[in-house]
Design a protein around this ligand. Sequence first.
Ligand SMILES: CC(C)(COP(=O)(O)OP(=O)(O)OC[C@H]1O[C@@H](n2cnc3c(N)ncnc32)[C@H](O)[C@@H]1OP(=O)(O)O)[C@@H](O)C(=O)NCCC(=O)NCCS
Length: 177
Amino acid sequence: MGADEVRIERLAAADVEPLYVLAREIWHAHYPAIVSAAQIEYMLEQRYNPGVVQSELRRDDLWWDKLMVGEVMAGFASYFLTGAPGEMKLDKLYVHPRHQRQGYGGRMIDRACEIARARGCNRLTLAVNKNNRSAVNAYLKHGFRIADAVVKDIGQGFVMDDFIMEKAVMGDGSPEG
Ligand SMILES: CC(C)(COP(=O)(O)OP(=O)(O)OC[C@H]1O[C@@H](n2cnc3c(N)ncnc32)[C@H](O)[C@@H]1OP(=O)(O)O)[C@@H](O)C(=O)NCCC(=O)NCCS
């Protein structure tokens, strides 16, 4: 395979430790301007602790993908069926800063949409920090709209101050639909 060949693959159990390292690197590069260092550490442990991810890999209503650029894991996504009829939630979407703005985020969104369609969903939803402007712009570029705004208590005095965004994934006749 070429050094720059780009693929999206299912995350495997053996990827969980490298995923934790990659998540830490992306979060510490991206979030200091948006949330406190303490909240970054709290959320990293809550969401990327290898034990948490291993147990998510055993679920059949949740998917973890990795973005491979050659032999390097350059990003990842996870999404799950929320239980609300027709709804898949894109829970995580991250591309290493070195690899951003090359369409990879869009490719991972497309993959989540494919799985959502295959599971009979009609929409993909997500929550994104209101001050995470580059991510909000990425989602708008890839067909999401802002549907709501929420402030969610995540424990230990931390809150998530988010937009809820939503994208139709089937039946609307658009090129991406
Ligand atoms: C949001 C993210 C996943 C998008 O992935 P990506 O591979 O860069 O996305 P794409 O190449 O498909 O789309 C690029 C668009 O995203 C936005 N964008 C992405 N990175 C950006 C950056 N560093 N600065 C400004 N805009 C950016 C722009 O709208 C860009 O379009 P443009 O290049 O035409 O201006 C990625 O930028 C990322 O990991 N960001 C940091 C972590 C994060 O906030 N994740 C989302 C959590 S909800």
